[in-house]
Design a protein around this ligand. Sequence first.
Ligand SMILES: [Fe+2]
Length: 144
Amino acid sequence: MKLTWTRLMSVGNESIDSEHKTLLKMVNDIERPIRAKDAAALLQAFKLFEDAFHIHSRNEARIARAINYPFEEHKLEHLYFLNELQSIRDELVSNEGRWSESAVEHYYCFLSEWTATHIGEDDMRMKEILETLPYDFKPPDAPQ
Ligand SMILES: [Fe+2]
């Protein structure tokens, strides 16, 4: 199932929304090498997603700090997800791409479900505050 960003997923901030669109596209891009059993492409797509999620996590933490949104629990969830991503990737690497169909389906479901929940539920809690600010709000310590 393809994940598509819709207006209903907007959390009221341009940079977060834009990163969410990219993350969803990357999750979709992971599906292709899974179906094609292309281990090298799968690992590369995984790495890209991990890196993008790292950057996204830091951006959200900066925005949360700037709007005084309590982010501790959210941050722990990000760390948990990043750890899971790393162990999934390590497992794929150690199996040299000889993964079982069910294992990869399981990883893919975990990835897509977690990402969808992250956007639709976890980040949505910031919307009420973010909507009181301009859509293009950037925290003062945002990288240029
Ligand atoms: Fe997010």
